[in-house]
Design a binder for this molecule. Sequence first.
Ligand SMILES: Nc1ncnc2c1ncn2[C@@H]1O[C@H](COP(=O)(O)OP(=O)(O)OP(=O)(O)O)[C@@H](O)[C@H]1O
Ligand SMILES: [Mg+2]
Length: 378
Amino acid sequence: MIEVKNLEKKYGKKRALKKVSFNIEKGQIYGFLGPNGAGKSTTMNIITGYLAPTKGTVKIDGYDIVTEANKAKALIGYLPEMPPLYADMKVKEYLMFVAELKNIPKGERSGAVEKVMKETFITDRSGDIIKNLSKGYKQRVGLAQAILGDPPIIILDEPTVGLDPKQIIEIRNLIKKLGKRHTVILSSHILSEVSEVCDKIIIISKGKLVAADTSEGLKELMRNTARLKVTAKSNYKSMYAMLVKIKGVNQISTAKKIKEGYTSLILKVDARNDIREEIFNIFAKAGIPLIELSLEENSLEDVYLKLTEKVKDDDDDEDNEDIDDIEDIDDIEDNKDNEDYNEVNEDNDEDFEDYEYNDEDDEFDEDVEEDYDEGEED
Ligand SMILES: Nc1ncnc2c1ncn2[C@@H]1O[C@H](COP(=O)(O)OP(=O)(O)OP(=O)(O)O)[C@@H](O)[C@H]1O
Ligand SMILES: [Mg+2]
């Protein structure tokens, strides 16, 4: 439906987009996600023909957005970041004008306008002058002009910005409804919004594409860095000796003596291969009571932060435009710093309040970061 290939955009010397490529399939809702300044609006402006790319191509249902602009644009309804409203027009008057621009036959215009006003909850404002509307109502008029005429592709740049919570829910529901019959792309920097509404997520950061997948697929990307908390009535040395032998334990990061005779460890594990049963059996065989065994997978939020933070801003380095390196999960894993683990402990401060320092066990005096090689690693 939409094919974006090696898109580049320069604003003067600033490279806002760096070889961005992705495909949009028909009939799905796509979330275009990225931090402020990532290049979301720039990409959307190019896809919709509002802005010319510096390099690269965009095809809308086969039509090139630059060389066959009219045919391509006719397929798209667009709500830009700054909706193109005529401030002195009344709401309905403006929408009738847009209907004419969109070549909606004269006899159908009024009906089409009434329909979109109803869908965006602005019917009662149809006679108001646009400049007197509140920001949220202006946003809804912008949305109404985008969906007017039922274009097969609807592109919305931050559609819920400026709306109150009730309206956000109503607009999200409208987007979901639109997604049943249309291809929808919406940008947002709010992950929860995108994961709730969208079938697919495209993430960009600093002008580069970092991921394009379903939210489940994105979580899968980082399932090899899940955390497993193991608490047992035992000491660090014995537990370590047993756990170190288990394939799938990538790191034993934190050791805490939670009260006399009990120890808690945080393991970094590959959650694609659940080792909880194996741990249970080994501890049972050794006669060590297992108190807790809890797996904490990376949330979509964790994945999003890791993916976007990792991107280098190689603005000055034109030749170094490799986007493949971003998908190297090992790098992401290596970058994982101790803070994450400390957080885990802070959350469980109560659990650890009885922790006492013990000379004999001074190797796990504080949070111990124990990296070790698996020995028989692939
Ligand atoms: N007209 C312009 N002239 C110069 N630089 C620009 C222009 N428009 C955007 N930029 C720069 O290009 C980069 C991408 O901007 P863009 O507006 O596409 O980001 P965004 O992802 O939409 O951000 P936001 O979430 O804040 O809307 C930013 O660094 C921005 O400063
Ligand atoms: Mg923007």
